[in-house]
Design a protein around this ligand. Structure first.
Ligand code: PAF
Length: 298
């Protein structure tokens, strides 16, 4: 695997690869790689001639300076993991080069930004859209890979790709979980053993919500039940739980308003903010895969 740090070098490499007819898969990450990322990298390696992983802890998407400072940075381990999945190139640019001048550009995604992560992390999605646009320009991938754990981010990037006519395919893969159900996340490395155990209750809360919705419980009662359940878990402070339309990400009051639902939550577990979600379909009584692993929309 070749490590490339400079924007001019990745641009030159990509031009050479494209000229020789190679297809390129991009897996954008902020590092501290885990099995969720590796799943995306393996998929990219299968579906493209060349796989490029980017690692860039993007300052413009952090609305909390401590979160940026404390975000795990584990490049030595990351390189070893990338080599093991036969990634071809690792792109690790410097903040100074990516943001040569402070960007004044602001993205606005309308209703998508007014709910859940958009509402709770002002400016976050504008920062995500800025860096993802830059990466798409630098790397010009044929396919770009994202995880369902950041389901609202996937919806934002889908809107970005459509609005700016990026010529690429978005591919989304399901959340990878630990045996306890805890969604894999780079931030999990900041949890103590006890917090990690407590954090597994986030998934249990989503399962509880799904069961109750399938039994026909009204959304308002399901929300109250999730709050009650998580309130009892030491060190877990729920920020929000929403039952949303899986495509528009807009919260629904009546689960029958839409076919496919995304149950989404954010919570602080000790000092670490975590998000998780679960897709479901009231009619099929099955978990839906929203364009995931090539099975539908993404
Ligand atoms: O999901 C992430 O890790 C980041 O938001 C992304 C897409 C790499 C942009 O910085």
């Amino acid at each position: 695997m070749q490590v490339i740090e400079q924007v001019s070098a990745i641009r030159a490499k990509v031009q050479e690869l494209r000229c020789s007819g190679k297809t390129i898969g991009l897996v954008p990450t902020m590092g501290a790689l885990h099995e969720g990322h590796l799943q995306l990298l393996r998929a990219s390696a299968q579906q493209n001639d060349i796989t490029i992983c980017s690692i860039f802890v993007n300052p413009t998407q952090f609305n909390n300076p401590d979160d940026y400072k404390l975000y795990p940075r584990t490049q030595v381990q990351d390189v070893a993991l990338l080599q093991a999945v036969a990634c071809d190139y690792l792109f690790v640019p410097d903040v100074e080069e990516v943001y040569q001048q402070q960007t004044q550009l602001k993205f606005s995604f309308g209703a998508l930004e007014t709910v859940m992560e958009g509402a709770h992390r002002p400016g976050h999605f504008s920062g995500v859209a800025t860096i993802v646009s830059k990466l798409f320009h630098y790397v010009q991938p044929h396919r770009a890979y994202f995880g369902q754990k950041d389901i609202q981010q996937v919806a934002i990037i889908r809107q970005l790709v459509d609005a700016l006519s990026f010529d690429l395919e978005l591919v989304c893969y399901p959340t990878v979980r630990e045996a306890s159900g805890l969604a894999m996340s780079s931030r999990n490395t900041r949890l103590s053993q006890e917090e990690r155990e407590q954090a597994a209750h986030l998934y249990k809360a989503l399962q509880l919500a799904k069961e109750q919705l399938l039994q026909g419980q009204p959304v308002v009662l399901v929300k109250a039940e999730v709050q009650r359940y998580l309130h009892e878990i030491k060190q877990v402070a729920l920020e929000y739980f929403e039952v949303a339309d899986a495509y528009t990400m807009q919260p629904v009051q009546d689960a029958h308003e839409t076919q496919e639902l995304a149950l989404c939550l954010a919570a602080n577990v000790g000092p670490v903010r975590l998000i998780d979600n679960m897709l479901m379909n009231l009619n099929e009584r099955n978990t839906v895969t929203l364009g995931i692993a090539g099975t539908g929309v993404a």
